[in-house]
Design a protein around this ligand. Structure first.
Ligand SMILES: [Zn+2]
Length: 292
């Protein structure tokens, strides 16, 4: 009997099946991909993924200890090359390491979008520089350095922050006042001052602030390292720490900060890396539907 039991346990461990899927084999700079792990037995520890020298914890799907997922950001300035994605998980005390390759390709974003703004918003005075640096520290300590382990979206899909024409897409290479080079870190929606802005998903307001470049901005924590933010607002309708529901009005659009005219700049950070907010939403919605 003992031998029989032993054989059963042995065969379970020998033939335990683990399926790992990556959402992409090729991925554009400035976007997000997902790693999904499905096992036929419970994992006693959440698996990890190592990508570009960073370790990311995977999270259970709907609380199942057999299914895990993680969304990983690819920095806009990433080299266009093949990168290793290593998935690590424990089965019966044995550490398994599975390696995958992902090809980082050029996002083929629009080149040379020329923007004219107030001089003082490009060449910063000492005072503005110090203000801008100070602001970043506040945002970093209150928002980007924090990873909420829970899924604050409650497995809900993302929606648009506003139904309006997109006037400038994420990723456009930008030249400010003929000199300063940068790229567009979000998606711009045409909006008259006072237009409603909606939370793109469930979450918690991580910070409400008036910033040098972004003007009045609301940061929403969606959990697991994902934050959306909404800038150049005229009015805030939420407070820090407030729980918000998808589609809830969080403020009114405006023309505060570094701006050429009133609009909504909607942006997204994942583990403190800026990613295309609409590509993230599309991928997230697909993954939560496909793996339940
Ligand atoms: Zn913008």
């Amino acid at each position: 009997m003992k031998t029989f039991l032993f054989l059963i346990i042995l065969s379970v461990s020998l033939f335990s099946k683990v399926d790992i899927n990556l959402s992409h084999t090729k991925i554009k700079n400035g976007t997000t991909f997902a790693v999904i792990l499905q096992s036929d037995q419970f994992l006693s520890q959440a698996p990890n993924v190592i990508f570009k020298n960073k370790t990311y914890q995977m999270f259970t799907i709907n609380g199942s200890m057999k299914k895990y997922r993680v969304f990983l950001p690819v920095d806009y300035y990433s080299k266009k090359q093949k990168e290793n994605v290593q998935v690590r998980y424990l089965i019966n005390g044995k550490l398994n390491k599975n390696n995958f390759k992902i090809d980082i390709i050029d996002g083929d974003y629009k080149k040379n979008e020329i923007i004219k703004v107030a001089k003082g918003k490009v060449t910063l005075s000492k005072k503005s520089k110090s203000r801008s640096n100070k602001e970043y520290k506040t945002v970093y300590s209150n928002v980007y350095s924090k990873i909420t382990l829970y899924d604050l979206t409650l497995n809900s899909s993302f929606t648009d922050p506003m139904k309006s024409k997109i006037t400038s897409a994420f990723g456009n290479a930008r030249i400010y006042n003929g000199t300063t080079k940068s790229y567009h870190t979000g998606t711009d929606y045409r909006a008259k001052v006072g237009t409603n802005i909606y939370a793109s998903n469930n979450g918690v307001v991580a910070l409400v602030m008036d910033r040098f470049y972004l003007g009045k901005v609301v940061y929403i924590d969606h959990g697991r390292g994902a934050y959306s933010y909404y800038s150049h607002m005229s009015d805030f309708l939420v407070k820090k720490g407030q729980v918000v529901k998808k589609g809830e009005v969080i403020g009114k659009s405006g023309k505060t900060g570094r701006i050429t005219g009133p609009h909504l700049h909607y942006a997204f950070r994942l583990y403190n890396i800026t990613v295309d907010p609409l590509q993230y939403a599309k991928l997230y919605n697909k993954i939560i539907k496909k793996y339940q």
